[in-house]
Design a protein around this ligand. Sequence first.
Ligand SMILES: NC(=O)C1=CN([C@@H]2O[C@H](COP(=O)(O)OP(=O)(O)OC[C@H]3O[C@@H](n4cnc5c(N)ncnc54)[C@H](OP(=O)(O)O)[C@@H]3O)[C@@H](O)[C@H]2O)C=CC1
Ligand SMILES: Nc1nc(=O)c2c([nH]1)NC[C@@H]1CN(c3ccc(C(=O)N[C@@H](CCC(=O)O)C(=O)O)cc3)C=[N+]21
Ligand SMILES: [Mg+2]
Length: 300
Amino acid sequence: MAATVIDGKAFAAKVRGQVAEHVARLKEEHGITPGLAVVLVGEDPASQVYVRSKGKSTVEVGMNSFEHKLDAGTSEADLLALIDQLNSDPKVHGILVQLPLPGHLDEDLVINSIAPEKDVDGFHISNVGLLGTGQKSMVPCTPLGCLMMLREHHGSLSGLDAVVIGRSNIVGKPMAQLLLGDSCTVTIAHSRTKDLPDVVRRADIVVAAVGRPEMVPGDWIKEGATVIDVGINRIDAPEKGEGKTRLVGDVDYASAAERAGAITPVPGGVGPMTIACLLANTVTAACRANNLAEPEGLTA
Ligand SMILES: NC(=O)C1=CN([C@@H]2O[C@H](COP(=O)(O)OP(=O)(O)OC[C@H]3O[C@@H](n4cnc5c(N)ncnc54)[C@H](OP(=O)(O)O)[C@@H]3O)[C@@H](O)[C@H]2O)C=CC1
Ligand SMILES: Nc1nc(=O)c2c([nH]1)NC[C@@H]1CN(c3ccc(C(=O)N[C@@H](CCC(=O)O)C(=O)O)cc3)C=[N+]21
Ligand SMILES: [Mg+2]
């Protein structure tokens, strides 16, 4: 049986529509325009593409976008001074520092200097702790987007066996926390996992966040399982012409789709949901900053 394709692009458009409605209401009823500041250090081409697309989506839902592009050699002190300024700017409700940072900058230090209530990535140690203890927090965008798609497809996730491949602070670990919060039985696999194929074969839900092109083959997937492919890997595509590239996930889509019950494509799956959730978190932050009711269905 062919898998249901979970259309992240369409789902993201729906989420952005809900965000836009909330933004309009905040403006009309309270005179508040949510604002998102994105900080990019250096000229990594992929990061530039993401930052541009984030800025465009921010403006499209009616929010203010503040872009800060710093050169690759920016000192830690200068970056921290900018974050300080954004922390105290009432027009800025959300702050995102694009990762990875150049090697001379301490990512943990930089992230933890963001005011937790403006940390729309949910990477600040205080948001990590709140999520881990089941308290209200800012939830990391990529895992939140994955959770929304899983809830939409399954209804309840209670009791399902979930395997998250990858244990990064930005995807794997928070994803595992969210699945646990929805009462899945969660396994976190990583590069030292013994017999990864067998671990994955037990899963009703597989979330792949590894960063290795098409590493999960279809024969690891249990018949009928739901596969969420977080990976974004640009590979050579000589079939498209000399020097051409294409995006693939961490899952071998063609073979996995033959066994999965449902699967997210790359592109058009998790990526667009990540950006939609970033906008959702920014509206949530603006509501919390003003003691207003939060939008429903846009947080975990
Ligand atoms: N769609 C989106 O919105 C986003 C997509 N991404 C993409 O998701 C992917 C993962 O990102 P991120 O979490 O930041 O990556 P990291 O490189 O930080 O983490 C990768 C994880 O995969 C594990 N791993 C590596 N090799 C293997 C292997 N052979 N078998 C099992 N596990 C392995 C690593 O294990 P160990 O800890 O042992 O080293 C690590 O925990 C990337 O492709 C990235 O581009 C990321 C963020 C957002
Ligand atoms: N502080 C911080 N927060 C992040 O959330 C963050 C980050 N740093 N650094 C990099 C990763 C990666 N990431 C993506 C977001 C959207 C797409 C996305 O929209 N992808 C499209 C395709 C885009 C393309 O064509 O290149 C898709 O999958 O359909 C991908 C990747 C956010 N990240
Ligand atoms: Mg670094």
